[in-house]
Design a protein around this ligand. Sequence first.
Ligand SMILES: [Zn+2]
Length: 338
Amino acid sequence: MLSSGKKFAGSGAYAWHRRLAVVAALAAWVVLPIEASDANWLSDVFSPKPDKSTKQATSPKQATAAKPAAPKSQAAKPAAAAPRPVATTCDPAKFRIVLDVGHTAKSEGATSARNVAEFSFNLRLAQRVEQKLKSAGFAATRLLVTEGKARASLVKRVAVANSLPADLFLSIHHDSVPNSMLENWEFEGKKARFSDRFSGYSVFVSHTNPEFKTSLEFAELLARELKGRGLEYAHQYTDPVMGRYRHPILNKETGVYSYDDLVVLRSTRMPAVLMEAGSIINRDEELKMDSAERRDIVSGAVATALKKFCDARRPASAHPDGAATAPQDHPVEGSKPK
Ligand SMILES: [Zn+2]
């Protein structure tokens, strides 16, 4: 869930204590978690002090990256001295999409209607997306799992993405509702909270991201693919009932919203999109989100969207006829090295 950092969903149960992983995972990719949140929804995604993230994003210490199964010594290898610019063309084998697993093992995000942490849903879905992308030829796909508390983890996510730099950043979350909407029930003898009022996916971009136009382009492709697979988007973000959690909708047909203050969208220097794959506070939808079938559907949508995004950026020489879509037909504003 996206959260604005203030009081929201009080996900009480912190069953996971992965202290050992904290140090090792500080800079590890893929297998090791990089982030955690404050316990809710949007709380680890929004921070009132954006400047900090940006400042730390350039720290070489944060730039460490390693392959999933790499030994620790290799994992500590610093990022290249001269980071390449964000790509304006796309070679699938080299295109670095970062799949950001929302929240952390320590700060798990929302709690589902059946008392399962959002982080667990995010991780499983992101891993499936990673598999799909790699088998589709996107070999440079990275899974970003972050350790620690919510706010700190945001800084880490942004730092890692900027230091690569990633060519595209996709943050993966599952949705909940404001606390005031929660109702009580019991699941397997334990108290739990739910709301069946809303369901659906949603896709967010920030106008403050320097690559807003490109972010929106990918968001549109992704939302269209999700919709095309029969999924409905979450309409409540424009509803007055959402109070300060309302957000402007950019595409009423497919479910793309703007959320300018999200740290991972505004402080990243490459196109960045956040996806709420579905609601886990809705009892029916939670079961769907928990299924391999739904993970296949959503990950398929991401893979197809990325393929279309990439196809539009193939260098002219990469096209069979040597012409077709040249990069200048799809300007990527502000993507020069910074
Ligand atoms: Zn979340």
